[in-house]
Design a protein around this ligand. Structure first.
Ligand SMILES: O=C(O)[C@H](O)[C@@H](O)[C@H](O)[C@H](O)COP(=O)(O)O
Length: 243
């Protein structure tokens, strides 16, 4: 489903409403809400809203479990840390129990070793069931990547692992990411995409020929759930079909 908004503010408000709705429904159905957050700049306004009225009091924080879709392998004190950004913008301001927040980082661990640990953590959280997030938030880069699924990387071909870490040469850092097969188990996947720099990639991802090697966001096709693209008019400017 594609929804186009006038600007980032409207888009972020719709994302906050979706967050509240999926959280409430998940708690009603299963007694808890499991979400994977995204990093980058796209979710900042959404996270800000979630710490404010009317949203903050509508989310069942005590029953919320927070994971990440991907992370730059840097300490939690680093400016580039996705976890740090989410902590500062909302997690430190809302009553989610600290023990239910699972950043993708541990001091002294190697990234590959930590990826295995995070995978085990997810398996334990979902016990015997398929690891199925209630909600996964994603951003899309202007090259069509999402989470840390970058064009031309081996992780795009992963079929069995849930979490992987790998060295991303062009950024001179390790990345850790949920894999596409895991992301695609989710009940709801929500892309937040705004700005004219995203317009060419968005057109390719949604309307171009299938080429996930070049546009990894095309890999995101939930098995039984739904994918919702929240997009602003600038990002949507090159789309031929605006619905
Ligand atoms: O850690 C990251 O870099 C991400 O999670 C990444 O996948 C991000 O969502 C996109 O690059 C979009 O980034 P922006 O929101 O900054 O445009």
């Amino acid at each position: 489903m594609l929804q186009i908004f006038e600007d980032k503010a409207q888009l972020s408000k719709a994302a906050a409403e979706l967050f509240v709705k999926t959280a409430q429904e998940a708690v009603q159905q299963n007694g808890r809400f499991t979400v994977a957050l995204t990093g980058g700049s796209s979710p900042v306004q959404l996270y800000d809203l979630l710490a404010q009225q009317p949203y903050v009091e509508q989310v069942p924080w005590e029953k919320t479990f927070v994971f990440w879709g991907d992370e730059r392998w840097v300490p939690l004190t680093d400016d580039r840390s996705n976890a740090r950004m989410a902590m500062e913008t909302f997690l430190n301001k809302v009553p989610v129990p600290a023990a239910q927040i699972y950043p993708m980082w541990e001091d002294g661990k190697e990234p590959e070793e930590f990826a295995n640990k995070y995978e085990q953590l997810l398996k334990a959280h979902f016990s015997q069931q398929i690891p199925q997030f209630d909600l996964i938030l994603l951003g899309m880069g202007d090259d069509g990547h999402t989470a840390s699924l970058f064009p031309g990387t081996a992780v795009l071909h992963e079929t069995s692992r849930l979490v992987q870490a790998y060295y991303l040469g062009p950024q001179s850092m390790y990345r850790i990411t949920l894999t596409a097969p895991l992301i695609n188990q989710a009940k709801t996947i929500c892309f937040l995409t705004f700005g004219s720099n995203k317009a060419p990639a968005l057109q390719e991802v949604l309307e171009g020929e299938r080429n996930p090697e070049k546009y990894p966001s095309q890999l995101i096709q939930p098995k039984n759930g739904e994918v919702i693209w929240l997009v602003d008019e600038s990002a949507a400017s090159k789309l031929k079909t605006k619905k």
